[in-house]
Design a protein around this ligand. Sequence first.
Ligand code: BYC
Length: 480
Amino acid sequence: MSNVDLTAKIPNNVDLAQDKRLLRALEQWQPNYLAWWKDMGPHGFQEKDVWLRTAIAVDAEGWAHFDYVKMPDYRWGIFLADPVADRRIGFGDACGGPAWAVVPGEHRNVLRRLIVTQGDTEPASVEQQRLLGHSAPSLYDLRNLFQVNVEEGRHLWAMVYLLHSQFGRDGREEAEELLQRRSGNPDKPRILGAFNAPIENWLDFFMFTMFTDRDGKYQLLALAESGFDPLARTTRFMLTEEAHHMFVGETGVERVVQRSAELMRQDPNGDVRAQGGIPLDVIQKHLNLWFALSLDLFGGEISSNAASYFAAGLKGRAYEDKFSDHSALHESYRMPVVKQGKLIEEDVPLRNAMNEVLRDAYVDDCQRGVDRWNKRLEEAGLPDRLRLPSKRFYRHIGIYADLPFDPDGNLVGGPASPRREANAEWQRRRGEWLPSADDKAYVASLQKAVRQPGQIANWLARPARGIKGLPFEYEYVRLD
Ligand code: BYC
């Protein structure tokens, strides 16, 4: 295992102390990061003790330490997974060649762009979740929110390390800009769509960590295959932390569903609202929204960008090892495309369909989570089921963008019908498929902070267990 220097101002396992220029550059960025964190990080809880996990090593066993920490004192550090000896590029035109330890000149701009795009999502999500602490349904959930937030901060550090160490002055400028953009700000928005969408309540938060963090997982898996070895090693370790974020989302929605099922059974008319829970149709609409926004994050279905990332060995497929042909030159991908208002199957050269290949793996993973939620409904003896909408529903990016697809993937109003925004029927039915103003107001009315250890909001079930062997009743955040 690489040595981890935990006593350093910036904990790291990359021998920072040996590279004085890089160390100086990162130490100059550090106060700006902290200023951003205090300004845009979790509002109102910066001085509280939170029972957090901190990364202290990169081996599978014992990589993290748990203790009470005030968030601004969190030890944000730089951790790369251990190098693989004689690592080779695993796909594309340079397949079999040695992986690059330094950024190759010809790929410099593209790699910088990928790293900046990845990096931009991390502070964006912290900004989106900034006010949620004030309405946390339990101390357990409050702590999980902050855990996710500090680790997104660490993931920003991971990308900034790459920018500073490999991209010189351009990289330093990009690192500053990562602290300047703001989620949802029309003048200086974050780069990708979903990271400018508001996360207004805890149902949004659980859907975001289920679906949007899962995009993170798949993008990181694709980057973990990169021939650019520092990127591969950084993202491999980020995936370890990311797993918890998806756990928060998947079990969070599961607990909402479980509680709604309980409340439905308690009411003589099966009315969840009457019992102060969240109706299944409202859960479904939030699912539809965050699934669609997250699908957009994979980029266009047919993408020459994706083809060139793959050809150049910069971004692979998730678990590239599992594929037999790593050139992807001789196959195609059959997908429904829209021609004259109709869906027609078309063969697309596989390299150009790489975003879709990754999106498919993601959809399968999401389906596994939805199946788990449906198990809870089945166990409660209810006939209702949640489902993923079609990949074509409510898209803003790619070949289905702005078209009036319903959740079943059919064009509303037939071939000649107008686009989504101008489509009267789609707009009329919008509230059946996406959270309406009423739904939002109702969910908002439930968002009241529960701050006693062991207590929980009425609309949410308790988790099966607490964190790291501690009970749910533990005081995960000390509020006094
Ligand atoms: N919003 O060829 P196209 C995470 C742009 S999440 C706005 O279709 P490409 C996390 C695109 O940039 C993971 N713009 O797509 C989760 C391009 O612009 P230009 C983040 C978009 O390039 C939760 C144009 O449309 N990681 O970690 O193949 C919490 C045509 O592009 C969007 C990454 O994203 C969009 N949704 O793929 C915290 C990995 N989609 O060139 C963290 C790095 C596309 O015409 N990024 N565009 O100006 C990438 O690999 C690629 O940039 C994308 C897009 C997959 C995002």
